[in-house]
Ligand binder design. Sequence first.
Ligand SMILES: [Mg+2]
Length: 222
Amino acid sequence: MTGMDQLDRATREQIAALDLRSQPLIICDVDEVLLNFVEALEGHLDRNGFWLDKRSFALNGNIKYLGGHDPADTDQVRNLIYSFFAEETANLTPVVGAREALDTLAERAEIVLLTNMPDRFRAARLENLTGHGIHHPVVTNTGPKGPAVIEISRKSGNPVFFLDDTPGNVSSVKSAMPDAHIIHFIADPKFAELVEHIDGISLRSSNWPETLDYIVSVLDQT
Ligand SMILES: [Mg+2]
């Protein structure tokens, strides 16, 4: 099975449509890396009678009924995430320094935003990002990101950088593309404290200026 077979049709089509130069490539997640996801999710949960118990980096099991510790079940969690994407994608705010860092990096690298969300929310995501001055191509994906990263990297040059907050995506890309410079970026300070360090990555950060310095230092050496 090739990587392409593991991708949804929408993801395959969006990757096929990318027009990238043979330059260093930065594949960057959106939620909790470029946009403040957790903070907005907590507001959405509260309006719907739930709260997020930030005791581990997971939504299943940690979304609970307001006023207690009874967890929402898996279907409720999925519905809350979908209603969040439907109602709040247009309203998310940028992480401090994210746009400026991408602007600087775009002068010497190709940038692709790879976001795990149902494709029907892509238009709202694009509109929100554009409104914040973030104009890089957006690819929607489902599941671990390794296969999509391999396919995108076939269309550009080296080195390849990958940024994501979700440990499963970091691990997926680490095994799919061991040469990639992987940056485990978690904007939310509480979640950043909770998540275990993953061995073999290049940088762990919650801070765009630091992340920019790291990427520039690698680019300067290549
Ligand atoms: Mg994310």
